[in-house]
Ligand binder design. Structure first.
Ligand SMILES: Cc1cc2nc3c(=O)[nH]c(=O)nc-3n(C[C@H](O)[C@H](O)[C@H](O)COP(=O)(O)OP(=O)(O)OC[C@H]3O[C@@H](n4cnc5c(N)ncnc54)[C@H](O)[C@@H]3O)c2cc1C
Length: 488
């Protein structure tokens, strides 16, 4: 089939054939929960057009995934409501399915795939999704393709893991220009002419009734009836592509010039707030890049001919935009690179040997303070700045980036062992943070323990040569007065 989706982004999950007698092409949306700038949807639309078949989009929300809570469900549901709206006048059938009880959705994908010509899904490298897709590949009777719409650099563009941001930057400077000319379509459904699909078979609809009409009531309160964690309440952030696009617009219009100087200061509010939207796929990194490039009057000719791994000056954009792209592209995609190549990305033993040796050598050092998971969770430490960061996480589902580093470093400092610190960071980050359960979660958490960093002399108790941070220095360096007042 002729495709505009780069081949490097398409992966066959199984060896089953396309069923040309099928009734429709199925896009099983599991990570890139959006209608725009989405290579997976674009690929599914290409299949539908090529086969002359209708296109069905299944967006399901299970209730048995780890850390499922009102907070996470609500954010995803707001996205589903937005997707339903955006697809209303499109030539596709949208099937949102929200599980009311554990296991209710079991069998739905198989049932639909027996009617489908081919199934396309999202190739996301972390959390339970890779296992779920591999299992589906073994079960489905038709071809299953997973498409990579994760980053500017395709996951398979490199054949190895990058052990530092510098090494990835060097690679990006050489390779990324080839991929900057291969963006997904802003609107993959524009001009799509395929036969409509009005209804699904009665047996499917009876067993798995679509949640189309229920989305507003679920958002209005019916979530309380679902078997998910109701102790993690709503965050003051709205999910969905529209909210994500507004966040992007206000960042590009108002904050980019402040980013490189203000990013680290909690009181300056100079960061984008995009991570939850990127995590749930409500906004795409290609879309973020395109908006930024447009505002900067950027074109590909502005790239420096040589980058050599330097942090600034390669893109040919303003200092704020360059600093932002270093986070959005280099740091974000480091984690995607690792998670797509190593299953043990969340295990202590996957740390660089120098960091692991140092942490284990100091594992029995006396700690100046020792807290349990419950004490950390309840923000009950002796340190007001640490407690403020934890309170922000619990209340709002996020922590300001710089304080997130301090937050993690102190969990390492005040936990009984590096293994326990790792478990506590994963639990709190993934339970409360809207952007948790992401490759970035493990980049951040493992950075606390030495990944992507270098040894820092002198060796200290508990940390060895792993980088140390203190609240006192942070208070001295950052503007946090307002922050401390707000999260008391
Ligand atoms: C202990 C710890 C845990 C973390 N857990 C997560 C997590 O669960 N999910 C998550 O998305 N990020 C995580 N980070 C990275 C970082 O804190 C967030 O990406 C950032 O604060 C999100 O806010 P923003 O969107 O306003 O970022 P901005 O500063 O506006 O950056 C734009 C985007 O770049 C990416 N980015 C920024 N900083 C980093 C970074 N240090 N590493 C990787 N990517 C980055 C994110 O996708 C972010 O949305 C963690 C960092 C630490 C130290």
């Amino acid at each position: 089939m002729i495709t505009q989706v780069p081949h490097i982004r398409i992966r066959s999950v199984n060896e089953a054939q396309v069923n040309t007698n099928g009734a429709f092409v199925l896009y099983w949306m599991i990570a890139f929960r959006r209608i725009q700038w989405n290579f997976s949807l674009q690929r599914a639309a290409e299949w539908a057009l090529g086969l002359g078949k209708p296109l069905l989009i299944l967006e399901a929300l299970r209730c048995d995934y780890p850390w499922a809570s009102d907070r996470l469900h609500r954010f995803v549901l707001q996205g589903m409501e937005e997707n339903a709206k955006r697809l209303e006048d499109r030539p596709v059938l949208y099937f949102p399915f929200v599980e009311r009880e554990k296991g209710q959705g079991k069998g739905l994908l198989e049932a639909l795939s027996t009617l489908a010509c081919v199934v396309v899904t999202d190739d996301y490298p972390a959390f339970f999704l890779p296992r779920m897709v591999a299992t589906a590949g073994r079960k489905l009777p038709v071809k299953l393709e997973a498409v990579d719409s994760n980053g500017l650099l395709p996951l398979r563009a490199a054949d190895h893991v990058f052990y530092s941001a510098f090494l990835l930057r060097q690679f990006l400077h050489r390779e990324l220009p080839n991929h900057l000319v291969e963006f997904p379509l802003e609107d993959p459904l524009a001009h799509l002419q395929v036969p409509p699909l009005h209804r699904l078979p009665k047996e499917v609809l009876q067993k798995w009734p679509p949640s189309t009409e229920d989305l507003p009531s679920l958002l209005a309160g019916a979530l309380t009836g679902l078997p998910i964690d109701h102790s993690v309440g709503n965050a003051p952030v709205t999910g969905g592509s529209r909210a994500g696009e507004e966040t992007l617009r206000s960042f590009v219009e108002e904050k980019v010039p402040l980013y490189h100087t203000g990013r680290n200061h909690p009181d300056e509010k100079a960061t984008s707030g995009l991570s939850p939207y990127l995590h749930f796929g409500h906004v795409s990194v290609h879309q973020v890049f395109s908006e930024l490039a447009r505002a900067e009057g950027w074109s590909i000719e502005k790239l420096a001919s040589k980058g050599g791994g330097r942090r600034e000056g390669w893109w040919g954009m303003s200092p704020g935009a360059e600093a932002f792209l270093d986070e959005l592209v280099t740091w974000r995609e480091l984690g995607f690179n690792l998670c797509s190549r190593q299953d043990d990305y969340d295990r202590l033993h996957s740390l660089p040997p120098w960091a692991l040796d140092d942490l284990l050598q100091h594992a029995a050092d006396p700690r100046p303070y020792l807290y349990s998971l419950e004490e950390f969770e309840g923000a009950q430490t002796h340190d007001p700045l640490w407690n403020a960061a934890q309170i922000q996480l619990v209340r709002e589902g996020r922590i300001h980036n710089y304080l997130r580093m301090l937050w993690g470093k102190k969990i390492l400092h005040w936990s009984a062992s590096p293994q326990e610190a790792l478990e506590i960071m994963i639990e709190l980050n993934n339970k409360y943070a809207l952007d948790g359960r992401d490759p970035n979660s493990y980049t951040g958490i493992m950075w606390i323990l030495g990944r992507y960093d270098r040894p820092w002399a002198p060796s200290r108790p508990v940390f060895g040569r792993v980088r140390y941070m203190s609240s006192r220095n942070t208070l001295r360096k950052l503007k946090v007065a307002e922050y401390l007042k707000k999260y008391r």
